[in-house]
Design a binder for this molecule. Structure first.
Ligand code: NOJ
Length: 763
């Protein structure tokens, strides 16, 4: 007891000391920035609020580039998506040595899922449900990009997304606010490290604030419109979590919120973000978010720029609205100097926190790229992460893992391509370094089995569609032969094989920004090819590439094995081989619900019950909430994913079946690896508040644990239910828990759950 008291005393002393240190640092920063701002002209202050496109700066041309003159005049706060530490150093030098006050620049980039070592697209990464892995992937991304001069990343993207038509679901962590929040925190920790002190730590930028994932009809940049209840309970949590984890900046979204574009929405940017959540970093627009408000129809460039600044935007990406109009707006009383000072201070604070005033070249060590980028260690980790992101959707009669013998036919438009392995938003990837799936498989089976390849089909029959879906250097090298010729060649090879691996799905640019789809079936020519391959009678394994949930009904009904591999990054070819041949046991679980057809969208597990729910087990009943032509169930539920082993769950044990707001209870199950292979299982905990002052979802994820068990091994898995886990935002947007009965469910996915209940006591 004495020891415990002593421990607590030491802990409180340490906390006080840390707080005092932080206060002293804040004071020092304030004094430094006060002094600097005293020297700044109005133009220089507005200059700090400007983030132009870097243009094509080639090493040696920085001084004469179009932005150079602006940098010299102090009209630029930072640049983005400029690759190469040599170029960045040169530009930084220009700012530090040739502008009047020598204020260093921020260098941003979309380092979304790795740098040159590319990790799986974020949606895939989220399917690992492994927070350590996710944090470490962000850490490596930070090590590599800071080695190349970047000090600020436009990541994590934390938009909740429940509509797979929207191409940008690829960039986020799926549909769930709890899981999304955990991932948001892990990413921020990974990027920012301890406190941005180290030269491998970079500033995170949470995006896109807010509700970007709720674009109507799944069409990018489209309107969003939702109740505040839904915002606070379902869509806001990951942004808030990232901010509480210390994210230094946040990006406004393109869409409107409550009829006002987010970029000019003062309620969002000031009341919610700063007053309610205590955010003290800076806010950047998304690209031309300011000038786009002219198209939104809320004013001319001068007026929308003033509205953005007054709402709480600090940095104008690309639109030039601030530099072009703010001076005039001061004269006309549309903005005040104090508001400009406020924004300028926030940008300078970010630079201060990054240590750029101490050493503007902190991130410009020309030696680092040699050993810090695309290193063997980073690549080995990326291979492991990629395998962990794959989701085994079907595996009839244990077709997988495959034996390394005989003849393996590798067929499909994605079987022999580099550029499409890394996925969308991999700005820094070097495609030449990325092995194709064929190379990955060949290396794995060398000397043991034979890989026989045919393309089999193009991506889609329509040439123009394929062009739209393979932009930005992601060519799939369209084959000029007819569909029939391609098919015949593939069938010939298939006939000679023992097993067929079909590498099909989306191209990498079929998801991501401005890549929305209304038909989520496997594209026409690929489907025909797959059907023909099936008709050979040979076993077919579908290795399925996609950046979103798609509609795989035919595939699920007819194929023996489906492995969803998303876009696994630079090492994915090796990782796919690892899983196909059983070196790694798949453990990924879906983080978005897969619909049966597009008409079911938006579809998500945490839906409301409605007043007319469909009775369990039925798929249609008149005057119930259902469809005439399809049942309500998804094809694959949230949290679903198979393994090469089988896990069995014992029954749930509660420590008590009542709790109070001061206490907690535990819920345990014994998990057993009942199969023959070692493997990991994601044990999921869901709660349902049975009676509320407002309607509550039928279930909500509230905990998960990824457990590794050797074949035959068992482990007790325990969750602690705390009062906080029972809270939600009520009609008045107060965060409360309400006494009453709760269902508690534990299981392998959001559908296959055991259920018990407990009561929260109180008035
Ligand atoms: C637009 C995208 O919406 C955003 O995610 C990205 O960070 C910026 N462009 C900068 O490239």
């Amino acid at each position: 007891m004495k020891l415990r008291k002593k421990g607590l005393f030491v802990l409180s002393f340490m906390l006080v000391a840390v707080a005092a240190l932080a206060q002293a640092t804040d004071n020092r920063m304030k004094i430094f920035i006060d002094k600097l701002m005293e020297k700044m002209t109005l133009e220089e202050k507005i200059g700090q609020l400007n983030l132009p496109v870097s243009g094509e700066i080639v090493t040696g041309t920085a001084k004469s580039s179009d932005v150079a003159e602006k940098i010299r005049k102090g009209e630029v706060g930072g640049l983005f998506n400029l690759k190469g530490v040599d170029k960045i150093r040169e530009v930084q030098k220009l700012a530090v040595e040739n502008s009047r006050l020598g204020i260093p620049l921020l260098f941003g980039m979309d380092v979304v899922h790795g740098y040159e070592t590319v990790f799986p697209i974020p949606l895939g990464l989220s399917c690992s449900w492994n927070m350590k892995t996710i944090e470490q992937s962000a850490r490596i991304a930070a090590i590599e990009s800071t080695a190349d001069g970047i000090n600020w990343t436009f990541s994590p993207m934390v938009d909740i997304a429940r509509d797979p038509r929207w191409g940008r679901v690829a960039e986020g962590s799926g549909e769930d606010p709890f899981l999304g929040s955990e991932i948001a925190k892990a990413m921020v920790r990974g990027y920012q490290g301890v406190a941005l002190k180290n030269k491998t730590e970079m500033m995170a930028c949470v995006k896109h604030f807010a509700l970007y994932g709720a674009a109507e009809a799944g069409r990018d940049y489209n309107t969003t419109d939702m109740s505040h209840l839904k915002m606070y309970n379902d869509y806001f949590p990951p942004y808030k979590a990232a901010i509480q984890a210390g994210a230094g900046s946040i990006m406004a979204s393109f869409n409107e919120v409550d009829g006002i574009p987010a970029t000019a929405n003062k309620w969002l940017m000031t009341d919610v973000l700063r007053k309610q959540w205590g955010f003290n970093g800076f806010v950047v627009t998304d690209f031309t978010g300011i000038s786009e408000m002219v198209e939104h129809g809320i004013g001319d460039l001068q007026n929308v720029s003033a509205r953005a600044l007054n709402a709480g935007i600090d940095l104008d990406m690309v639109s030039d609205g601030f530099v072009k109009t703010l001076k005039k707006s001061i004269l006309e009383g549309k903005v005040t100097v104090e508001t400009i000072d406020r924004a300028c201070r926030r940008i300078l604070e970010a630079k201060y926190k990054l240590g750029l005033f101490d050493d503007p070249y902190k991130y410009c060590d020309l030696n680092r790229p040699k050993y810090d980028i695309f290193s063997p260690e980073h690549r080995a980790f990326a291979r492991q992460v990629a395998a962990e992101s794959f989701v085994l959707l079907k595996n009839e009669n244990n077709l997988l893992p495959l034996q390394m013998t005989g003849r393996i036919a590798l067929i499909g438009p994605l079987a022999n391509n580099r550029a499409n392995m890394v996925g969308t938003w991999s700005v820094a990837a070097v495609h030449a370094n990325v092995p194709t799936l064929m190379e990955g498989l060949q290396q794995a089976v060398a000397g043991k089995a034979q890989i026989m390849y045919a393309k089999g089909s193009n991506l889609v029959a329509d040439t123009a569609y394929e062009k739209r879906a393979t932009m930005f250097g992601r060519d799939l090298h369209r084959d000029g032969r007819s569909d029939r010729e391609l098919l015949d060649e593939a069938l010939k090879i298939a006939e000679q094989s023992d097993v067929i691996v079909a590498a099909m799905g989306e191209s990498s640019e079929m998801s991501g920004e401005s890549s929305c789809r209304t038909n989520l079936d496997l594209p026409d020519v690929q489907k025909t090819l797959l059907q023909a391959l099936m008709s050979t009678g040979k076993p077919v394994v579908l290795v399925y590439f996609a950046g979103r949930p798609t509609t795989l009904n035919w595939e699920q009904a007819n194929l023996p094995a489906i492995l969803h591999v998303w876009f696994g990054g630079s090492e994915s070819a090796y990782a796919i081989a690892d899983v196909l041949f059983g070196k790694t046991n798949p453990s990924g679980k879906l983080t978005m619900t897969f619909p049966k057809n597009v008409g079911q969208i938006p579809i998500y597990y945490a839906h409301k019950n409605t007043g007319r729910p469909l009775p369990e087990g039925k798929w249609f009943e008149k005057f119930r909430s259902d469809y005439l032509d399809v049942d309500n169930e998804p094809l694959y539920p949230f949290g679903y994913g198979l393994s090469y082993t089988q896990f069995s769950y014992g029954s749930i044990e509660l420590s008590r079946n009542t709790m109070t707001n001061q206490g907690s209870i535990t819920a345990s199950v014994v998990l057993t690896n009942a199969g023959k292979v070692d493997g990991s299982e994601v044990v999921q905990l869901y709660l349902h508040d049975k009676v509320g002052s407002v309607t509550r979802p039928v279930k909500e994820l509230k905990g998960f644990q990824k457990i590794y068990l050797k074949a035959g091994q068992s482990q007790k898995v325990t969750f602690t239910i705390t009062p906080d886990m029972l809270k939600f935002y009520n009609y008045d947007l107060q965060y409360v828990s309400e006494p009453g009965e709760f269902d508690l469910m534990i299981g392998a996915n959001s559908r296959d759950l055991q259920k018990t209940s407990f009561t929260l006591q109180g008035k």
